[in-house]
Ligand binder design. Sequence first.
Ligand code: DAH
Length: 339
Amino acid sequence: MDSVEIEALLTEISSFQASSAAEVEEFRVRFLGKKGVLRELFAKLKEADASSKRELGLLINKVKESAEQKITALSNYGADEDSLFEDLDPTLPGSTHHLGTRHPISIVKNRMCEIFERIGFKISEGPEIETDWYNFSALNIPEDHPARDMQDTFFLQTDPDILLRTHTSPQQIRVMESTEPPIRIICPGRVYRNETISARAHCIFHQIEGLYIDENVSFADLKHTLFHFTKEMFGEETKTRFRPSYFPFTEPSAEMDISCLICKGKGCSVCKNSGWVEILGCGMVDPTVLENCKIDSKKYAGFAFGLGVERPAMLTYRINDIRLFFENDIRFLKQFQSA
Ligand code: DAH
């Protein structure tokens, strides 16, 4: 044993690095263990020449100190590392973050809105809790009018003037009251009716209201707008037909059907063998409604329509039960991807 040998050990200690607690332990055993390097050095020291004993003794003590210091330093680091990765099994597959998908109703509603936005309609959203005036009276549906029975309404028990809107038409009134024509808006939103819930009907559903008010607006403009919408939304080959109808807020009024997307008009259970599916109500805004909103009905005319969202969504995605839209079942929802 000479001082060069011991100096080499000091260099080994100072440059030692460990990447786990096991390596630190191995190092400890090598230097400080029962059969370790230091035991051996002290044993050899006994046999050393008296002349070099003092110098070697000091060096060996240095080795002991630096080995102990190194272990203290590394064992803190090693412990942290270990506790950090204690439960980590690097062979397990990683946890993936699932990207959510849009609700099918939102996908269809957004597509519908975009088609109208591209031809100049602006979006206007209104409250779901409405007053009698906006939901009924201003739309030419006075109290005791049989038309109120057409829509089973949820009223607030303590104040029957407050209700959940039964259609998106009240938003027409809100915009007409506050805006000078020309007006060109669409109003998407949720509506409520006190209906028995079944595969085909729900107490909550969605509509998109459309309104166009200007000078010289005609029924031809209404038809052209809706034809354009149908082709964009459902495809060039989709046919449309208008049936005369009645709504208190439009005169004349119509309902529009499209050829069934499932059977292409041949007749199936979805279209009840008629080949046609109704998707909206529409008409020329009744002059009384314009006057209710202080719009000069001699100068201005307009058309309006109320488009359902659930039925087109059911046709598009071949969904046969409307309740699926409101159950929030992740297995159902994750099947829909939007751009
Ligand atoms: N609000 C009607 C409903 O929910 C739908 C409707 C029909 C809206 C004709 C309109 C319209 O704007 O002109 O049944």
